[in-house]
Structures are given as structure tokens and as C-alpha cells.
Write a protein that binds this ligand. Structure first.
Ligand SMILES: [Zn+2]
Length: 473
């Protein structure tokens, strides 16, 4: 298959890739609260597995520089960012109106260090985009990122800031077109919404659809205006297995790569689509899930791998460890090495786990129908739209440290507070039915400012309540 896009410095041998991996040792300490299914500890478990499988020495290991207010405000509203920065568990009682307004409190609770947590996971994703833009690596990984539900002015589905939108905006400084692929079991609504009216970002989401959070992601939602046919939704049902999943993933994503020819790809690797997930209802094996990573990697286009959902945390760690191996082109032994979280992986202590025997409700004719509808939509897509680059906007300056050299007291270099370039352009945002424009061709500037309207439609509250009910019971 034609790979499209730009070639990587590592060449097309299909084996080696230069990988930059972002990890903050603090991230595992953030705690959403008792009984909450989202556990940042899973990122630390993943890291421990990577270390004991001997993968760290094959990658550049970086501690992300925390994203600053102004970085977050490139997508999010100023008052929302100010709220996230200021809110504390103690101050909650005095801010009930604000909590409601920004949808913070239930699925998205206030916890100690909430803002630092946001800065850390966003810093890793934007930092990864910067590394890719500079050609420092072929693949950048931030398992703490991938929080795809966050909106411009609102938290949603355990997500507060949308690190994916921020990373894509960074990639758009160096690439005419960026592809976003989402294999979390939930619809990638926040990212789709942000880029719903542009042809410079194509979003493709594979998700459970029908009476399921967040409720969006209908196959008929295809984008709007210039963005028409640049949003793709693949609605799936319970129990989908590796074979059924691949029967859609490869033909659809392969066609997208051929016609859209992205300069960079962002893959959200939400692990709640794995078999046996606490909140999910799919039946993918880790190898099946990782096949998506392998496939995206095969195109030899700069690739940003992000985390996302994943609530059976031992399987999340297994999955992202195995996928890091895939990124590096290394096959990992099934027998797990001894490490500090070894007891989580009993009784088998293996990297892989067998999928269940649950019923696959995705019948053949249904899958065939979905595939032909989406391929038909893709046939209407104009080949590789382009935007002239007059001047490349300045990169976001994030100064992460190499873990090997990490010294907490000297975390910041003397230039770490360097001013950013002029970003006086409007904050890129958008929201469904109040769209933002990412500029394209003609008189389009190289930067990607988008006109922003104030959000007026909020329809996800009911669904988020359903989710609360589901896990708080
Ligand atoms: Zn999810």
C-alpha cells in the first residue's frame, strides 16, 4: 500500500523507529477519589512494566514540562482555565455555580493537584508534538494523555483539558494535514467537535454507539462546511472481536491515508476497548488493539501515541507496555518480569490475556454496511487539501528533561521561561454547531487561528449522569 505523507528519517525498513517517551513520575500520585474508575496509577504501572521489560533504554525518556495557562488557552476558554487553576477540594462549597457551569464535581471531580495533573498530561502531548515537528523522533508517546472528551469550556467524561486538541494544533504548525484516529470505546467527541469544520484535520473514531456515553458519534455525522467528509464515525456494538474490528479498521484507515495523506498522525489508544474492561463492553485482545498501532506505524508518518480510557488497570498497563514494544519494533516475552506491581497480574503473570466468550453483536452484514457507507463517504473527499505555508509559526517551547539527567532541583533550565511567540490570534476552539475555521488555501495564513463562537449547545449532561450512575452504584 502506498504510504503517503512524508517519510521518516529512519526510513521505510519497517523495523526501527526513533521513539520519544514522556513520563512524569508524579503522575501516578493523582487520585480522582474513592470508587472512581479513572486511576492515574495505571500510568505508573505501565512505566514499571516498560522499565522491567528493558524498553526504556531504547527510547528517549522525557519528563514533560507542565503546560502553562497560555498553552491551555490555545483551545480552552480563559475563564475555564482560571477556574481549573483555582479550584481546590476545600473551596468547592463556595463555588457551586462555577462547578455546575464547567461540569466539574461528579464524573470529573475536584481533587488535590487537579491543575498540575492537567498541566502534566497536556505538557506530555504538546511536548510530543513539538518533538515530532522538529524531527527529533518518529514516534512520540504520552500514555498520560488522550483525554478526548474535554470541551473548550467544560470538563467531561473524566477529562478536564483536551491535550489531544492542543497537540494537533501544535502539529498543524508544521503539517498541512493531521489525521486523528481514536480507538477508545467511547466516541472522541471533544476532538471531533474542535475540528468539525476544517479540512486540515480529519478525525476518525471507532466506538460503541447506542445508549452509551457520550451519546454522539453517529455514522451520519460527517463534518460541516469545509470540514464536510473530514469527520468519520464508526459505530460499533457490544462484543466486537479482533477480526471484526480489523475488517473495518484497515480498509477505512488505509483509504483515509491514501486520500487524505496526513503529514502527521495522532492515535488515541484508549484501552477501555479491551476485553474485560470495567466500563467497556468490547472484546478486543491486546494484540488486536495493538494491531491498530502496528498498522498506523507502517505508514512511516510521524506518529503521536496517546493513552485515554482504560479501567481494568492491569490490562491497561499490559496493553500500553505491549504497544510501546510495537512502536519500538520489539516483540515482548509473554512471561512477565518481576517488578513492584507483579501481584496485580496473577494468577498467570503474563502480558497477554485471552478475550472472553461474550457474544459479538456486530454481525457480518452490519459491518459490511458500515464499511461501504464510510468508504463511499471517503470517495467524496477531495484529495489532500492543502494550505500554503508562508511562514512557520513559532513552536511551543516546552523544556522537558531527559529522565537520565533529571534532577528535581534543576528541573528548569535558565531559558525555560522563554516567552512564546505572538499568539494574539483568536483562540482556536470550536464547538459542534458553532464552528471554528482552521484556515485553508487562498489567502489563508500559515497559522491556524479559527473564528470562535461562544458555545451554545450542551447536550451531554444527561449522558454523563448515566455514566455516574453506572459506576457509582
Ligand atoms: Zn473511553
Amino acid at each position: 500500500m502506498e504510504s503517503g505523507g512524508i517519510s521518516l528519517p529512519s526510513g521505510s525498513d519497517g523495523v526501527k523507529r526513533k521513539v520519544s517517551y514522556f513520563y512524569d513520575p508524579e503522575v501516578g500520585n493523582y487520585y480522582y477519589g474513592q470508587g472512581h474508575p479513572m486511576k492515574p496509577h495505571r500510568i505508573r504501572m505501565t512505566h514499571a512494566l516498560l522499565a522491567h521489560y528493558g524498553l526504556l533504554q531504547h527510547m528517549q525518556v522525557l519528563k514533560p514540562a507542565p503546560a502553562k495557562d497560555r498553552d491551555l488557552c490555545k483551545f480552552h476558554a480563559d475563564d475555564y482555565v482560571a477556574f481549573l487553576r483555582g479550584i481546590t477540594p476545600e473551596a468547592q462549597q463556595d463555588q457551586l455555580r462555577q462547578l455546575k457551569r464547567f461540569n466539574v464535581g461528579e464524573d470529573c471531580p475536584v481533587f488535590d493537584g487537579l491543575y498540575s495533573f492537567c498541566q502534566t498530561y497536556a505538557g506530555g502531548s504538546v511536548g510530543g508534538a513539538v518533538k515530532l515537528n522538529h524531527g527529533v523522533c518518529d514516534i512520540a508517546i504520552n500514555w498520560a494523555g488522550g483525554l478526548h472528551h474535554a470541551k473548550k469550556c467544560e470538563a467531561s467524561g473524566f477529562c478536564y483539558v483536551n491535550d489531544i486538541v492542543l497537540a494537533i494544533l501544535e502539529l498543524l504548525k508544521a503539517h498541512e494535514r493531521v489525521l486523528y484516529v481514536d480507538i477508545d470505546i467511547h466516541h472522541g467527541d471533544g476532538v471531533e467537535e474542535a475540528f468539525y469544520t476544517t479540512d486540515r484535520v480529519m478525525t476518525v473514531s471507532f466506538h460503541k454507539f447506542g445508549d452509551y456515553f457520550p451519546g454522539t458519534g453517529d455514522i451520519r455525522d460527517i463534518g460541516y462546511g469545509k470540514g464536510k467528509h473530514y469527520s468519520l464515525n464508526v459505530p460499533l456494538d457490544d462484543g466486537i472481536d479482533d477480526e471484526s474490528y480489523m475488517s473495518l479498521f484497515k480498509p477505512i484507515v488505509g483509504k483515509v491515508m491514501e486520500v487524505f495523506r496526513p503529514g502527521a498522525v495522532v492515535l488515541q489508544c484508549g484501552a477501555d476497548s479491551l476485553s474485560g474492561d470495567r466500563l467497556g463492553c468490547f472484546n478486543l485482545s491486546i494484540k488486536g488493539h495493538a494491531e491498530c498501532v502496528k498498522y498506523m506505524r507502517s505508514f512511516n508518518v510521524p506518529l503521536l501515541l496517546l493513552g485515554g480510557g482504560g479501567y481494568t488497570i492491569r490490562n491497561v498497563a499490559r496493553c500500553w507496555c505491549y504497544e510501546t514494544g510495537v512502536a519500538l519494533g520489539m516483540e515482548l516475552e509473554d512471561k512477565m518480569p518481576q517488578h513492584e506491581y507483579y501481584e496485580y497480574f496473577g494468577p498467570d503473570y503474563t502480558l497477554h490475556v485471552a478475550p472472553s466468550n461474550m457474544e459479538n453483536k456486530n454481525f457480518r452484514d452490519l459491518l459490511d454496511d458500515i464499511r461501504s457507507k464510510l468508504l463511499n463517504n471517503l470517495s467524496k473527499l477531495q484529495h489532500a487539501p492543502s494550505v500554503p505555508f508562508q511562514e512557520r509559526p513559532p513552536d511551543t517551547e516546552l523544556h522537558e528533561r531527559d529522565e537520565d539527567q533529571d534532577d528535581k532541583d534543576e528541573r528548569w533550565g535558565p531559558d525555560s521561561d522563554t516567552e512564546f511567540g505572538d499568539y494574539s490570534n483568536p483562540v482556536p476552539g470550536r464547538v459542534k454547531r458553532e464552528y471554528v475555521e482552521v484556515e485553508r488555501n487562498d489567502s489563508a495564513p500559515a497559522v491556524v487561528p479559527m473564528a470562535v463562537d461562544e458555545p451554545s449547545i450542551k447536550d451531554e449532561h444527561d449522558n454523563s449522569k448515566n455514566l455516574s450512575d453506572q459506576w457509582l452504584r
